[in-house]
Structure formats: C-alpha cells, structure tokens
Design a protein around this ligand. Sequence first.
Ligand SMILES: [Zn+2]
Ligand SMILES: [Zn+2]
Length: 462
Amino acid sequence: MPCAVPPLARPTACAALLTLTLLAAPGAGGPPQSKPSLTGANLKQLRTEVAKLIDADYPRLDALYRHLHAHPELSLQEEQTAARVARELKDAGLPVTTRVGGHGVVAVLKNGPGPTVMIRADMDALPIVEKTGLPYASKVRTRDRDGRDVGVMHACGHDVNSTCLTGVARVLIALKGRWKGTVVFVGQPAEEMGAGARLMLADGLFERFGKPDYALALHCDGRYPTGHVNFRAGQMQANVDSVDILVRGKGGHGSAPHTTIDPVVLAARIILDLQTIVSREVSPTDAAVVTVGSIHGGTKHNIIPSEVKLQITVRTTTDELRKRVLEAIGRVAKAAALGAKAPAPVVQVRLDDYTPALVNDVALTGRAVALFRAALGAERVHERPMSMGGEDFSRFVRAGARGFYWHLGTAPPDRVAAAKKGGPPLPGVHTDVYYPVPEPTIRTGVLTMSLAALDLLGKREE
Ligand SMILES: [Zn+2]
Ligand SMILES: [Zn+2]
C-alpha cells in the first residue's frame, strides 16, 4: 500500500531556532486558543522531526500492533494487553502505574510547569470470531462474562489505538526540549462496555495523576482511507442507555389463553408502542433511537409463559431528551400492562452501562484540525456527521477536561474509491472481516496525536 502521507519536507536552516517555550496553564477558566501555536516553518520542522522519530520506531510499532491484534482480550479481561502496554511505556522510560480501575494503565511524563494533556487509548477487544484471513489474525477463544465460549477479535481497532499511545510516548520523550507541561498516558480497559472510563475515574485517575486541562483520543474508522482523518466539532456521539423490561403476565396452557395474561402478546404490543416515542414524542429536528435488541420468553409451543424479557438500547443527543425518552419508555410499558390487566412491568435503566454523549470542545477541535490540515494536507482531513454511537471517552470530558476525539481512516484507498462508485461496501468496525491497514494508519495516528499534544504544550507564536 502506498504511503498516503505526503512526502516530508527536509529540515530547514531555521531548525535550530525552533523553540516552543512555556505556555501558561489554561486553568479552569478561559477556552483554549482556537488557532494552533504550531504554524508555518515551525510546524513543518516539527512534523519532519516527528516523522523521523516514527520512522525509527516503526519496526517496534508494527511488531506491537501485530502482537496486540493476534492476542485480543475481552472487556475487563485485558490483563496481558495492559501488561504489554505497561511494559512498552516503561521501556520508553516512563514511570507506570497499573491496575487503575481494573486493568487500566497510567504513565505520567512530567516536564516542568505547563498544561496537563491526557492521551487515552482503549485496549479491549470484542467477542467475535475473526474472519479476516490476515497472517496475524486472532485465533483466541475465551469465556465471556456469562461463561459462553466465544472468539475474540480486535474488530474495533483498539490495537491500533494502544500501539499509537506507545509511539506518541516515545516521540514526546524524544522532544522533551520542545515543550513544557505534563502528559498523562492512559491505557483504558472496557471501552466496549462503556465501563472503563468510569472505573478509572472512580479509582482516582484525576486525583492521583493530575486533572488534565485537555484530553485527546483517536479511534479507527473503517469507512475512510488510511492516511486520512475525520472529525466533528461539538457533539460527536450520543448518550447511550441500556434499559431492561421484565414484562409480567400469568402463565398457563397454550390452548386456554383466556385463563392467562399472555406476556408474549403484551411484549409485542410494548415493542410496537415504543416505536411511537421517537416518531411522535421527539421533535423531528432532534435525534433519538429506541431499539429493542433482545426479546426472550417462553420455553415451548404450547405453554404461555409468565414473563418476557426485553433489552433496549436508547440513544439521545441531550440530557433533557434522554430524561424524556427514558420516562416515556417506562410510561409506555406500564400503560400497555394496565391495558392488558397485567402486573406492572419492571423497567430498569442500567445506570452502570450509561455512556454520556461525547462533545468535542469546539475551539480545541478547530485548533487541532487546522494543525492536521497543515500537517497532512487539507484533502486528508474530513468533517464527518454526528453518529448515534457511544464512546466513554466522554466521561473524561464530563469530568472537566476539554476534549478532542478524532478518527483515523483505516481502509485501503482503492477500496474506498470502489465503494463510493457502488462497489462492495467497506466492512465497518465490529464486523468479523474488519481490519485496519497498519501503514500508514499507525504513522498517521502517532503523527496527529504527537502534533496535537505538542501544539497544546508549546508556545503560541504571536
Ligand atoms: Zn467498538
Ligand atoms: Zn472502539
């Protein structure tokens, strides 16, 4: 695959003059500058230096990526992945703390007074049997939380995210003379469950290692070409809630429904009534989703069961809308039960599984995007629509850091072009045939993350 990153400029004569000195810590108050501090020759020079460091580190990055890809672990089981990420950060020269909120890994790079920038990578994989046919494809099988035998696959690209984290650590250590402040590198477990960020924060992430002024994260996107990035300022992803409904009835013989209260029929009614929440109660200009993803009840043709279980995912854009939709789900379920003379259903919003909406800081996004355009070429930096997916990086933002989360394209450019012309669609993340093209995806990840951090940690050129 040809490298999609444009060829690098040679170091210029003014390289020796390049200095990035202290930027006063922004504190809790004012918004960040919306323009990058790194521009023009300074940026060109630093980009060249970062790219050289990535070149020198690339064999290690590639080997690490392949290792992580071949040895995926499910959410909350990331013991070996965390140990490997910790070792890589230690080998780079950082003090590392492990077992933060489960298998979380934290390494702190202190470099004098200045802002604190947190860089987060998620580490967990998914219960999917890999079918990519890659030479380094996962053959791992394990038991999930419910004791089921499952395949395990890095189908969301967290192996790329974790690999990039270690590469950025090496770049920032090598360029310590060019910036001031503190960088907190975070290997986060259990993103796929929406649990890891919450567990790390509950274990004192910000209190023990410093509250970040800025939090940065990148993630793979299978629909964009490798070497490209995409972003969205402001709202990027949705509030995610999980709701369980236990529909209760009265069981009996299938031949005598009149002696029962049939929870199967009642569940069917509830499912259809739920469809009216988004279509009739939410403004057409707001976005929300109510999906019943699971329905279980009964054992046999001729038995009317006493209960049916529904599992629902709910996506909303604002806290106010979230409250209204969750209230409506309970109301609709109870009203249907009342109409059927059934006992009240048990409606449980699983607060532990809640993931708040991800909102990128607009000024920080604008600043980083200007930097990416200058570093990668504007044609490789794309604005994307909002998604109703979830991402628990949002918790770090809610906890007070100004956040920016962007996507790395990971697909072969020719396949993206073919898909755009009506050819075979590109496999997205979470499918058994999804894989990121390692190069230049990893290079682009380390480059963009390093530059975004250096820009925040360096001096504003006025
Ligand atoms: Zn995922
Ligand atoms: Zn992911």
